[in-house]
Design a protein around this ligand. Structure first.
Ligand code: HSE
Length: 427
């Protein structure tokens, strides 16, 4: 039977999960795929972690050079996270003729153009299913199963931490700070939660997924980004009254005007399948011209789900003679011919605090009208805080620039009303 040796860089949560799956299912892979996959080496500074997992001491390498020169290692699994030293280690492995499987979304999103070039040059594989949405097989779906389609949109809940926080706020009325603390206590959010709550993690994933979906490089710097730190239980409650729930959506659209890519808190109708994706779960909703709508749902993080994606890549790599690379020209920057839409179209939820006197509502609606914004729904409460009454407006689909201008105009209406929050509505 053909032997395939694996080295794992980093035995943290995901590395440990991968090690366990590979060792526990070794016999099944032998029978099903005709390959004997063994973990030949690990690179882990905390030796006790490796020993606790059952790794033999002789297999704990002391440097990346040792792994690169080990002839029994065919595939290097990088699960360290962060850009450096991960990128240097991956480049060393590729240059040593080893295929690489990685879960490192930040490194892959920022440097796949460089890593892929080296992989191609050395005729080795570079696999990255685990970079996006953990155990949910969305990259393979885009690369293989959905290739017959023109993908027109890809909309996802691709970050479990923020989905947990927003679900908690929605279910219990907790404010953002309380929900974040709970997410940290449960181990979903990091001590420094910036990458998740400010939407960086989601932009890395959207960059990787939308480049594959639309066959053109979409650098993460082209993605409009807004995190969830301003989310309030008040807006979530008004949203519920209007039939919406709040999600951090990663939205990619391939329109006649160009590519539209954005990550921001979004109200989505409670009847939409993505609205039922709660807690730390993830899902990606893809629309293709032939397949129509497909939703892939599951665990976006964790030792075993992410390990599942990594082991899937290891088996794919071990059983394919020819490696597949990106379906687009993988450059650092976007192709100059790719048009990006920044003045995108959306419906909007606007919450205002207004003076309770005659003529205020008509002033607000006339500002909206002047900016070509048509009102779809409106709620006015009888009383509010500081003598101001809350007015909630949901607009029909309009352009982002119209809303920006209308907000400026309303805030300039001699203090008769001010805009408290603006949330895009996915329609
Ligand atoms: N921080 C990520 C999340 C983990 O919350 O979804 C998986 O990429």
């Amino acid at each position: 039977m053909r032997k395939v040796g694996v080295a794992i860089l980093g035995l943290g949560v995901v590395g440990g999960g991968t090690y366990k799956i590979l060792t526990e299912h070794r016999e099944m892979y032998q029978k099903a795929h005709g390959v004997d996959i063994t973990v030949e080496a690990v690179l882990e500074l905390r030796k006790e972690r490796a020993l606790a997992l059952g790794v033999e001491e002789s297999r704990i390498a002391s440097s990346i050079a040792e792994i690169c020169s080990n002839p029994d290692v065919d595939i290097v699994v990088e699960v360290m996270g962060g850009v450096e030293p991960a990128k240097t280690f991956v480049l060393a492995a590729l240059n040593a003729g080893k295929s690489v499987v990685t879960s490192n979304k930040e490194m892959f999103c920022k440097y796949s153009y460089e890593l892929e070039k080296v992989a191609k040059h050395n005729r080795v594989g570079l696999y990255y299913e685990a970079t996006c949405v953990g155990g949910v097989p969305v990259i393979r779906a885009l690369l293989d199963n959905l290739q017959g389609n023109v993908i027109t949109s890809l909309v996802g809940i691709v970050n479990g931490t923020t989905n947990y926080i927003l679900s908690k706020m929605s279910n219990s009325g907790a404010d953002y700070g309380e929900a974040l603390k709970e997410a940290q206590r449960l181990g979903y959010a990091e001590a420094n939660p910036t990458a998740d709550v400010e939407g960086y993690d989601a932009t890395y994933k959207l960059s990787i997924l939308s480049s594959l979906a639309f066959h053109t490089k979409i650098p993460y710097t082209k993605i409009y980004r807004e995190g969830i730190t301003n989310a309030t239980p008040t807006d979530i409650a008004y949203g519920k009254q209007l039939g919406y729930c709040l999600k951090l959506l990663a939205i990619g659209k391939n329109t006649e005007r160009g590519i539209e890519v954005r990550v921001h808190p979004t109200f989505i109708r409670t009847s939409h399948p993505l609205a039922s994706v709660n807690d730390s779960y993830n899902a990606v909703y893809i629309t293709g011209d032939s397949v129509e709508d497909v939703m892939l749902y599951g665990r976006g993080a964790g030792a075993a789900p992410t390990g599942s994606a990594i082991v899937g890549d290891i088996i794919y790599c071990a059983t394919h003679v020819q490696h597949n690379y990106s379906t687009f020209e993988n450059t650092e920057k976007a192709n100059p011919s790719t048009k990006f839409v920044t003045n995108f179209e959306s419906a909007y939820y606007i919450r205002l605090a207004a003076e309770d006197r005659a003529g205020v509502l008509s002033k607000i609606t006339s500002v909206l009208g002047r900016n070509s914004i048509s009102v779809a729904q409106i709620i006015q409460e009888e009383s509010g805080e500081d003598g101001k009454v809350p007015i909630i407006v949901v607009t029909h689909v309009t352009h982002e620039h119209n809303i920006t201008k209308a907000v400026q105009d309303i805030n300039a209406t001699s203090a008769c009303a001010s805009v408290v929050s603006v949330i895009r509505v996915y329609d």
